[in-house]
Design a protein around this ligand. Structure first.
Ligand SMILES: C[S@@+](CC[C@H](N)C(=O)[O-])C[C@H]1O[C@@H](n2cnc3c(N)ncnc32)[C@H](O)[C@@H]1O
Length: 241
């Protein structure tokens, strides 16, 4: 039987557990300094970032499938980071790290301009209340900062199972990225790239997947207001460190 640590809602995690002498420790201790990818991974390789990475499922799959890329996951719930790091470590992965922290703060202070090739955000909480909207990862300021941190030719991948929020994101990204909606599941993960995607599909929620390519120059349009309706969500703002 597949253990809970090795599956999400019954969907097996990619890869297999290696003998313990091949395990790695991919949990990163935050030293508070600007993140130095080359020093952390000991090489120069394309860089993949997952903001609000949860239990790390997407990054584990991507690190296994793309050993030529380095991966960093940022998640503010510490037990999720521990779980992600354990699962990656048991697969002997050396091209992924997980760190506990605020992804918004990391994007603005810790990830330097022109340093990342892919930014992924899967199923961020759709805060819509003006009083707490700043707590969401994808505020209007996010897109400008993502554009700055992303290298020329880089991509932003966004995904949500909240259709109102998804429509807003499609518009909000357009000043800085050329946005394409992806029909159907990602070919690399037909059952779901992340735990939340697997859950959303079990609940038969519509999923909006977006692949956005960094524009060489941003457009000077006013960003759309980040207000939209979240009737089927409870507005919870717990877990803020
Ligand atoms: C609905 S879950 C989705 C998790 C994962 N991306 C997935 O698709 O399975 C949203 C995640 O984003 C994390 N999160 C929200 N805001 C964050 C922030 N500012 N910094 C780091 N993590 C954040 C939450 O703790 C939560 O684990």
């Amino acid at each position: 039987m597949t253990s809970r640590a090795e599956s999400d809602f019954g969907v097996p995690l990619p890869g297999g557990v290696l003998a313990s002498d091949r395990w790695t420790v991919p949990q990163l201790r935050d030293d508070g300094r600007p993140f130095d990818w080359g020093r952390c991974f000991g090489r120069e390789a394309p860089r993949v970032l997952d903001l609000g990475c949860g239990d790390g499922r997407y990054l584990i799959g991507s690190s296994l499938a793309r050993p030529d890329r380095d991966h960093l996951g940022i998640e503010w719930i510490e037990p999720m980071v521990v779980r992600a790091a354990q699962r990656a470590g048991r697969r002997g992965l050396t091209n992924v790290r997980f760190v506990a922290g605020d992804a918004v703060a990391w994007l603005s202070d810790r990830l330097v301009p022109d340093s990342v090739d892919e930014i992924h955000v899967y199923h961020p909480q759709p805060y819509d209340d003006p009083a707490v909207v700043r707590l969401g990862i994808l505020s209007p300021a996010f897109f400008e900062r993502a554009w700055i941190v992303c290298r020329r030719g880089g991509i932003l991948v966004l995904q949500t199972d909240h259709s109102g929020y998804g429509k807003h994101l499609l518009e909000a990204a357009r000043n800085h990225f050329d946005v394409e909606e992806i029909a159907g599941p990602w070919p690399d993960s037909p059952l779901g790239r992340t735990r939340r995607e697997i859950l959303a599909r079990r609940k038969k929620l519509p999923i909006l997947r977006m692949l956005a390519r960094r524009r060489d120059e941003p457009r000077a349009h006013e960003p759309p207001r980040p207000w939209f309706d979240t009737p089927r969500r409870k507005r919870r703002v717990r877990n803020r460190p």
